[in-house]
Design a binder for this molecule. Structure first.
Ligand code: LLP
Length: 421
């Protein structure tokens, strides 16, 4: 059952009303449920309990150190893609031995940071990256543990921007070239091959693409072992979808049932990198209505959160359910829910039939626990919103609203602009 429920007509996160949080921190704000985060990672751990495994949360989905701590406390690790995410994961108390590093553009500086921290492995995405990593490890006098990210060329049937396993995608090493790349890697003296990695896309709502991809990787593992390569870890990536609207994505246990036979046969330690399915439905963003604006062609509901706070609708035409925080009998109305940003693409929903709302009322944007705050920006010089973690009937602000001072941090006016001629 969802942790976001109406009680006496008020929408709650666990046992705290969103209205009371809005009074405390103002709007817009993000709120996450500890219970929901924990129950999702527990569901994964249970589903994969029959194989040795690591749940490495995709930090890009929600990088707040308190959220990362929830997963660290539950034995989880992190899938990181930058020195910044490495820093966050370590600050949150994640064990470096539970961190895996992906991304097509790792710099030598980032490699050095991660090697020094002693992460579990790098997911290497190209031949040149492999050489750069070998050189970086050599300079430090150590060996870099490596899995190659292999692109299995399957169609995950999701939004093109978040589909990553096709031939034309920038990610990974083409599966047809994988064996020769592994052989090249095995000749590099400061590279230690430990595994294989793939990630085919995000918001997947069927198990078939996972199974198709993993079958191909399973054949690759056999081919590599035949050539004497020691593949101990099999990282199957993330990608499981969530319900934003009407989608019915598989639960972790259904996904596990479909892939476990293959995974078990390999004898590998299994790594998973879920992001959205761990955090997405554990969070909401709450915004306040500013105006109703009636147009000739459209009616607008203008709210105080913009695309800088939550960009998914603008960027991917993503659907986020909208719920009034105070439920009462209302007529419905078809509106565009728009923010205050000076862009036509600034909307949270378009042509959406929702209950009529008046200025000052609160609206909850559901399924905003993943890729929401992490993709926020300061566009239009708007301070980023606060984040709250709810735990039963208590809650804490885990990131304060940005201040005007923070907005200008690091900026300065050069003296030459003030010299009078
Ligand atoms: N592993 C790798 C290598 C990834 O690139 C990603 C996501 C994940 C794991 C986690 O995938 P998940 O379980 O969350 O599907 N901003 C987009 C999503 C981008 C996903 C990028 N990579 C959105 O808002 O939908």
């Amino acid at each position: 059952m969802s942790v976001f429920r109406y009680k006496k007509g008020r929408l709650y996160c666990e046992n705290v009303s969103l209205e009371s949080m809005a009074e405390k921190v103002g709007t817009p704000f993000y709120a996450y449920s500890h219970k929901a985060l924990l129950s999702q990672i527990t569901a994964y751990k249970k589903a994969f309990s029959s194989v040795p495994h690591l749940i490495a949360f995709a930090v890009k989905a929600n990088a707040n150190i308190a959220v990362l701590r929830v997963f660290a406390n539950a034995g989880g690790g992190g899938d990181i893609v930058s020195s910044g995410e490495l820093h966050r994961a370590l600050k949150a108390g994640m064990d470096p031995k539970n961190l895996v590093f992906a991304g097509v553009g790792k710099t030598k500086k980032e490699m050095k940071d991660a090697l020094r921290a002693g992460i579990l492995m790098f997911n290497v995405e190209s031949a040149q990256e492999l050489v750069a990593l070998d050189e970086t490890a050599k300079a430090l006098g150590i060996k870099a543990p490596v899995a190659l990210r292999v692109n299995p060329d399957v169609n995950p049937k999701t939004h093109p921007y978040i589909s990553t396993g096709l031939k034309k995608s920038k990610f990974g090493i083409e599966i047809v070239k994988a064996v020769s790349q592994y052989q090249t890697a095995s000749l590099l003296s400061n590279i230690d091959i430990v595994g294989v990695h793939s990630h085919i896309g995000s918001q997947l709502t069927q198990v078939k693409p996972f199974v198709d991809a993993l079958k191909r990787i399973s054949r690759l593992i056999s081919a590599l072992r035949k050539r004497g390569l020691d593949i101990q870890y099999w990282n199957i990536g993330g990608g499981l979808g969530i319900t934003y609207n009407q989608e019915k994505p598989p639960m972790p246990k259904e996904m596990a049932a479909a892939v476990l036979p293959l995974l078990k046969k390999s004898g590998c330690r299994i790594i998973l990198e879920p992001g959205r399915s761990l955090a997405g439905n554990a969070g909401v963003m709450v915004t306040r209505v500013i105006y109703n604006k009636e147009g000739e062609a459209k009616n607008f509901l203008v709210v105080d959160a913009g695309m800088n706070d939550l960009i998914r609708p603008s960027l991917y035409s993503a659907y986020h359910e909208l719920r009034p925080v105070v439920k009462r009998r209302r007529k419905t109305k078809v509106v565009d829910v728009v923010g205050p940003i000076c862009e036509s693409g600034d909307f949270l929903a378009q042509d959406r039939e929702i209950p009529q709302m008046a200025p000052d009322e609160l609206l909850a944007v559901m399924s905003a626990g993943a890729y929401s705050f992490t993709m926020s920006s300061n566009y239009n010089a708007r301070p980023r919103p606060p984040e709250i973690l709810v735990h039963g009937d208590e809650y804490e602000i885990i990131r304060k609203r940005e201040t005007m001072k923070a907005l200008l941090r690091g900026e300065s006016i050069p003296a030459f602009l003030d010299q009078k001629k």
